[in-house]
Design a protein around this ligand. Structure first.
Ligand code: SAH
Length: 454
């Protein structure tokens, strides 16, 4: 006999919060996960799913509230899958993110000596996203809808505004919605793989105000392009680039592999800690600029450069970390898989006068081997891989290269732990700082200092 039954309502005390932000209730040790419930709350919940080892519940009523409960200011919060933590006070979100890192590294990884600092938060944690990616679809009544996806689905919630997105981009989003409607541009239909307009992507320079708009289309050309360009650029003077991204694949990936410029420049510009960057549409760029600057400052600190070091920056994107280090190093080598990003990195190095840099396009695992064969001996290696972490062959070569220090920036502390454990024989993790790059979501970014011991 199961300890809970589907569709029944129960009462219980929340004993923990998962890294996905779900409250945990235990009934005779059987865990039930309840989204939007907080630790120490007494709640009523309806069981909606009963698996063998755990169940899921829906919050019905909070009987005793946590002192950290906050009123979510966003009207779409209950439906939208974009944020998960608006019901938790910002201060408690920062504690929760640190706790997640502590759980992984101190408890799971048994690295109890590692100093884990408090999460570095934002003074004003709203409207921080400099990049918008909005799917376009149709309502039942055949009107245009634009917004984010419902939780765990691809159903678009029609939205007027998003509180974590740059507010000017919200305005542009509403304006574009009207243009799409007026010019009768057909939204893309995912199920049928038909229709034209898939996503509107926008990117903005935080310090420059440069705004790039990308129409991601299932085709080659946008109808009424010149009218649309004129209308947009006359209304929003900060638009410095309008692009078409051609994307005909049947996939969830937002952008296709090719794009061309309809108006203005091929890239936007921005500055990070007084270094200027050109950023083209296919290159990765951190979405929260104020926090990125703090993150890079910690990375530079952890690198402890004196001017004589050879530095390798793996997964370097447009060269942001590499150039943050370049003034304090002898030479910096960067590697990145997206060729356009490497072209950006080379231009960015030139623009800022860093001749002591070399950027190579390719996978980190391959290029680091090439560098090893060329006899390059790094003193410091920085890595900043995507969520899946580093390739095992990359870690093996890294061990052979034996740099004095490794600075590991990660957007997924579980793969970061896995990779650091692979280095354990030769290296010791000294300290870590979580930086809140994505307030109100459960995403955690960390930077770690790893020191050679052998
Ligand atoms: N350090 C940069 C980019 C970090 S994002 C910054 O802070 O802006 C991770 C980057 O790794 C992306 O640019 C992605 O294109 C790149 N990447 C993904 N897999 C890779 C691989 N196997 N080798 C090299 N780069 C890779």
């Amino acid at each position: 006999m199961a300890v809970v039954e589907k569709n029944q309502i129960y009462e219980g005390r929340v004993v923990d919060l998962t890294h996905e932000g779900h409250g945990v209730i235990k009934r005779e040790r059987y865990p039930i996960f309840v989204p939007q419930a907080l630790t120490d709350e007494i709640i009523r919940y309806k069981v909606i799913k009963v698996n063998k080892k755990f169940g899921f519940g829906k919050l019905v009523e909070v009987i005793k509230e946590s002192e950290h409960r906050a009123v979510p200011p966003c009207e779409y919060y209950q439906k939208c899958g974009g944020c998960q933590l608006q019901h938790l006070s910002y201060h408690a979100q920062l504690d929760m993110k640190r706790e997640q890192v502590v759980n992984l590294f101190h408890r799971k990884g048994k690295m109890t000596d590692v100093k884990i600092h408090q999460t570095i938060g934002m003074a004003d944690p709203w409207h921080y996203r400099n990049k918008t990616q909005i799917p376009v679809g149709k309502t039942k009544e055949d009107d245009i809808k634009m917004g984010f996806y419902r939780q765990r689905s691809h159903d678009i919630i029609d939205m007027e505004t998003c509180l974590i997105q740059d507010d000017r981009q919200n305005e542009v989003m509403r304006y574009i919605k009207k243009l799409i409607h007026d010019y009768r541009i057909e939204p893309y239909n995912e199920q049928q793989h038909r229709g034209l307009l898939r996503h509107i992507v926008m990117r903005k320079g935080y310090y420059t105000d440069d705004l790039m708009i990308i129409f991601v289309i299932n085709g080659k050309t946008l109808p009424y392009a010149s009218e649309i360009i004129q209308s947009l650029t006359q209304t929003f003077s900060e638009i410095s680039s309008i692009k078409i991204n051609c994307h005909r694949e049947k996939t969830n990936v937002i952008m296709g592999a090719t794009s061309y410029t309809l108006y203005g420049k091929d890239y936007i510009e921005d500055t990070l800690n007084d270094i200027c960057f050109e950023i083209s549409d296919l290159s990765f760029y951190q979405i929260n600029v104020t926090q990125t600057q703090k993150l890079y400052n910690i990375a530079v600190n952890y690198a402890q450069l004196t001017g004589s070091e050879i530095v390798l920056d793996a997964y370097c994107g447009i060269g942001t970390i590499a150039l943050a280090m370049a003034s304090q190093a002898n030479h910096v080598y960067g590697v990145e898989v997206v060729p356009e990003a490497i072209e950006d990195a080379k231009r960015n190095a030139l623009r800022n006068g860093y001749a002591n840099t070399t950027f190579v396009a390719g996978t980190a695992e391959q290029v680091i081997l090439d560098w090893q064969r060329q006899g390059i001996q790094p003193d410091v290696v920085t890595v900043d891989p995507p969520r899946k972490g580093c390739d095992i062959t990359f870690i093996e070569t890294l061990k052979e290269l034996a740099p004095e220090r490794i600075v590991y920036v990660s957007c997924n502390p579980s793969t970061q732990l896995r990779d650091i454990q692979l280095l354990e024989d030769d290296y010791q993790l000294i300290e870590m700082t979580p930086v809140d790059m994505f307030p109100h979501t459960t995403h955690v970014e960390t930077v770690a200092l790893i020191q050679r011991v052998k």
